[in-house]
Design a protein. Structure first.
Lengths: 412, 136
């Protein structure tokens, strides 16, 4: 009986061991597999030297062997496909970087964080700052990127942003907006409600800057030679995560200096290239100035002036009309009554009638129309004011057959 | 046994008579309810009925209903039979118009017409009753 239990224990441990190996193997594959990593370039640590963020640094022809460049394994050494990645939606990093001295550095550790924030490296797409942690796998027992911390005091943790002064961030390489345009959506229906449009284009490459910090072995890791003006060897880490717009802000003001703002979208996290304020602009006969700021995952543009938009001298006409009788009776005259409102009074009326109307159109203010047969359709009035501002409205009218003659009867 | 049957018949009869009397007494339009029965019998399939109650005097009109006809059209059609009607700020029928104390209240098949007469559609067999009554 006890032998049987022992055998069962052995089998159980064997299964656990095999599963662990498979898990480790899978992790190893994930570390090295796949192409199209969108983070590349080099970082530098005075303690551990070059850190490569993409296998194409040492294997630019992607033939699977190192070219032996500085910081790379010896020429001809087999090299796996690895790299860092930004998720363009969440800003979360993943993948691995490589150091000849300390080996793999995992960019998205998931547990046992030594302090806040308790997550792997992550980009705030608005501020451009990368926070969170990355971890040298050599800092863990067995260097597996899976085990517990070593027992000699080095845990491999590297903090991307330690304070406001020491942070890693992704900056704008080249962002631009073009095709800025504005128009009033519909002065008749919505008054002074403008729609602002633009096109956004951003560089596919976003440069890292700043430094991360790892206690003990690693020390400072510089992500760009720009951290050291005059550095003899230019280097840097960059991302090709794309230059799509992730946010925008539109402001409208009375003055070109934008000291008197009348509408402000605020920072909208959106890829939209159109903004229409919920409320109309406050005043007619006024020139407004507008400007735009847009963000990609890399950073923001400066304010870009959109020019001016001139409000018309006064409100557009509000066309309206009524008629009698209702419904209209064919072969009998129908009276159409203009009820339009124009600033300073309406000066022109253009009517259009459906079906068998006679006349089918009129420029009288209050036309009398006769329909020769029953019909149903829209009558349309366009009212015009003294400045030529014109607006239209349509209403459905019903024309019925001639009324039958009723007769009076004696109450029952 | 025979006396008991007669007694039951008498009680049932009395109850029916009382119920009818209450219906007539408490139903403001009871008079018209009974009139309707006769009126329905007098309408052809595509006709409707207009009853005007001036308070002590009534005028009845009937005629054909055409497609999309409204209550206002009914008055216009009845004007061909000598009815004087206008529907401006208030209704005026045969010189009786809305005042602070009395007004015209119209019903369509027993229900108060709340819409404007120019949009209240009329169908065959409808009965329009307008009463010149005191405002509550």
């Amino acid at each position: 009986m006890s032998d049987k239990i022992k055998k069962q224990k052995v089998v159980f441990l064997a299964v656990i061991l095999i599963l662990s190996c498979l898990f480790f193997l899978a992790e190893g594959i994930a570390a090295n597999a796949g192409s199209g990593h969108n983070v590349s370039g080099w970082a530098w640590s005075s303690n551990i030297g070059w850190i490569s963020f993409n296998s194409d640094n040492c294997d630019p022809d992607n033939n699977g062997f190192s070219n032996g460049a500085s910081g790379c394994p010896a020429a001809g050494t087999a090299i796996t496909n690895y790299g860092g990645n930004f998720d363009p939606n969440t800003g979360e990093m993943s993948g691995f970087a490589w150091s000849n001295n300390i080996g793999w550095i995992k960019l998205n550790p998931t547990s046992e964080f030594p302090g806040n924030p308790a997550y792997g490296a992550k980009l705030d797409k608005i501020s451009g700052i990368i926070s969170g942690w990355i971890r040298a796998c050599a800092g863990m027992s067995g260097g597996t990127c899976l085990g517990a911390a070593r027992d000699d005091g080095w845990d491999g943790w590297i903090k991307m942003t330690t304070s406001g002064l020491h942070s890693v961030s992704v900056g704008v390489n080249s962002l631009s907006v073009s095709g800025l345009a504005v128009n009033f959506i519909d002065l008749c229906s919505f008054g002074l409600r403008p729609a602002f449009r633009w096109n956004f284009s951003g560089s596919s490459q976003c440069d890292f800057s700043g430094s991360a910090w790892g206690d003990d072995v690693v020390g400072w890791i510089s992500f760009s030679s720009k951290n050291f003006p005059g550095a003899s060897t230019p280097y840097g880490v960059f991302s090709r995560m794309g230059g799509a717009q992730v946010a925008y802000q539109v402001q409208v003001a009375y003055d070109v200096g934008f000291t008197s703002i009348v509408a402000d979208s605020g920072k909208q996290e959106s890829s939209s290239n159109l903004w229409a304020p919920a409320a109309p602009l406050p005043s007619y006969n006024t020139t407004y100035y507008w400007r735009l700021k847009a963000w990609s995952a890399c950073g923001a543009t400066d304010w870009v002036n959109g020019g001016t938009i001139s409000a018309p001298a006064h409100a557009y006409p509000v066309p309206n009309f009524n008629w009698s009788p209702k419904p209209i009776i064919s072969a009998e005259p129908a009276n159409f009554i203009d009820l339009s409102v124009c600033v300073g009074g309406c000066t022109g009326w253009a009517w259009a009638f459906p079906g068998s109307a006679s006349p089918p159109a009129s420029n009288a203010q209050n036309p009398v129309i006769t329909f020769s047969a029953k019909t149903s359709g829209n009558a349309t009035l366009t009212a015009t004011d003294s400045l030529g501002y014109a607006c239209s409205t349509s209403k459905n009218i019903i024309v019925i057959d001639p009324l039958p003659k009723w007769k009076e009867i004696t109450p029952f | 046994m025979k006396k008991r049957a007669i007694f039951i018949i008498l009680v049932v009869s009395v109850v029916i008579v009382i119920a009818c009397a209450l219906a007539i007494f408490f139903t403001e339009k009871g008079k018209f309810v009974f009139s309707y029965g006769k009126a329905v019998a007098g309408l052809s399939a595509n006709e409707a009925l207009l009853i005007l109650d001036y308070g002590g005097k009534e005028r009845w009109f009937k005629g054909e209903v055409v497609e999309n006809m409204t209550a206002e059209n009914v008055f216009m059609a009845a004007s061909s039979a000598g009815l004087s009607f206008s529907d401006g700020a208030s209704i005026s029928i045969d010189g009786f118009f809305d005042t602070g104390q009395t007004k015209w209240q119209c019903y369509l098949s027993g229900k108060v017409i709340t819409k404007n007469l120019s949009v209240q559609k009329i169908r065959p067999k409808d009965k329009i009753i307008c009463k010149y009554q005191k405002i509550d």
